[in-house]
Structure formats: structure tokens, C-alpha cells
Design a protein around this ligand. Structure first.
Ligand SMILES: [Zn+2]
Ligand SMILES: [Zn+2]
Ligand SMILES: [Zn+2]
Length: 199
């Protein structure tokens, strides 16, 4: 092909590039392409059904992440494979089940919501400011991930999703998988597993 056409292609590409990057391959996301967004929140039972509340912590340590569809679909498949032979921790107080490992999720426990949609250029763009991204949900059948799957995704599959290791309270890694806070273990930074290990 001629050089002229190649240059034109590059221009179109720049126009289509979102500000945000895919959490997995770190390439800029493309506007209006099939994408996924992962956000952390917790759920409560209300009269209207389940009420999801985004996690509001100082400094937003577990901020929402975006993925292009190839990266998310690959990561989800790896996650499913890694949990395939792990028996789920069922829980009588669970209000939700993880969509991957089937572990129960209790009220107020951290969980991930993965939604399918597209990144669009934000319509509200104050003069002089760089365009920002907004995620438009295309189907409202989200995938729910428990804290243990979020941890596996962060540590073994995607890596460095967040600046801090995901934890319900202050429990050790093993405590995150065992949900030790359910037994009063990790409140006040006193995870018994951690204490036992350090003697
Ligand atoms: Zn990617
Ligand atoms: Zn799970
Ligand atoms: Zn513990």
C-alpha cells in the first residue's frame, strides 16, 4: 500500500484511542470497541433487591480497571481454569455466589463486578481539558467475582491491578482465601494466621 494511506490510518487510530489503558496489555483502549470494566464494590440486601455500593476508600486504592475484550476473555478463562479443581467455600450467610469459583459472598464483603460495554469519549469536556473516558454498559448481566478470585486475578493472572493487595480487612493472604474475618479473626489487624506464622 502507498505511504499516504498508511498515514491516514495512523490519524484514524489516534482519534479512536481512549485515554485509559487496558489493565492487562497496557495498550490504550479503543473507543467504541468491545471492552470490559472491573470495579470493586460491596452488596447489601435491600427491599429493592441487592444494592451494590462502590467502595469509597481514601485514595481509591482499588480503582476500576478496563480491559479490551481479548485480554479480559483470556484472563477470565485462565481464572476459571485455576479454580476448576478448587471446592467452593459455601456459606449459609451468603447473599451472592461468585460467578467463577461459586464461593459464597456475604453482605459487605468486597466483590468485583465485571461488565461488558464500550469506552466512549466523555460528552462533558470542559474547555481546554483533555478528553476523558466514560464506560458505557452494553449488557446488564455482570459477572460477579469473589475476593479470592480478585486476589488470584491480581497476583497470578493480570498482575498489579491495584497498588495494594486486595484484602477484606487486614488479614494475611491465606486469610483472604479462607475468609477468616468471618470468624472474627482479622479485625483490628489481628489476623490469627499471621500471628501463628510469626509465632
Ligand atoms: Zn489488553
Ligand atoms: Zn470466586
Ligand atoms: Zn486471619
Amino acid at each position: 500500500m502507498t505511504e499516504e494511506i498508511e498515514e491516514e490510518d495512523e490519524e484514524i487510530e489516534e482519534w479512536l484511542l481512549a485515554q485509559g489503558c487496558c489493565a492487562h496489555c497496557e495498550e490504550r483502549m479503543l473507543y467504541a470497541e468491545d471492552s470490559y470494566s472491573l470495579s470493586i464494590c460491596s452488596a447489601k440486601v435491600s427491599l429493592l433487591g441487592l444494592l451494590f455500593t462502590p467502595l469509597l476508600l481514601e485514595g481509591d486504592p482499588y480503582k476500576s480497571r478496563m480491559f479490551d475484550s481479548d485480554c479480559w476473555e483470556g484472563a477470565e478463562e485462565e481464572l476459571r481454569e485455576s479454580k476448576a479443581d478448587v471446592p467452593p467455600i459455601l456459606d449459609n450467610y451468603a447473599i451472592l455466589d461468585c460467578g467463577v469459583c461459586e464461593c459464597g459472598i456475604r453482605e459487605d464483603e468486597l466483590l468485583g463486578i465485571v461488565v461488558h460495554g464500550e469506552v466512549h469519549r466523555s460528552q462533558r469536556n470542559p474547555a481546554g481539558e483533555a478528553p476523558s473516558d466514560t464506560f458505557v454498559v452494553m449488557d446488564d448481566d455482570p459477572l460477579i467475582l469473589c475476593i479470592s478470585c480478585l486476589h488470584t486475578l491480581d497476583v497470578d493472572i493480570v498482575q498489579d491491578l491495584w497498588d495494594f493487595r486486595i484484602a477484606q480487612e487486614t488479614e494475611c493472604e491465606e486469610g483472604t482465601f479462607a475468609r477468616c474475618w468471618r470468624h472474627g479473626c482479622s479485625a483490628d489487624g489481628q489476623c490469627k494466621k499471621r500471628l501463628e506464622e510469626t509465632g
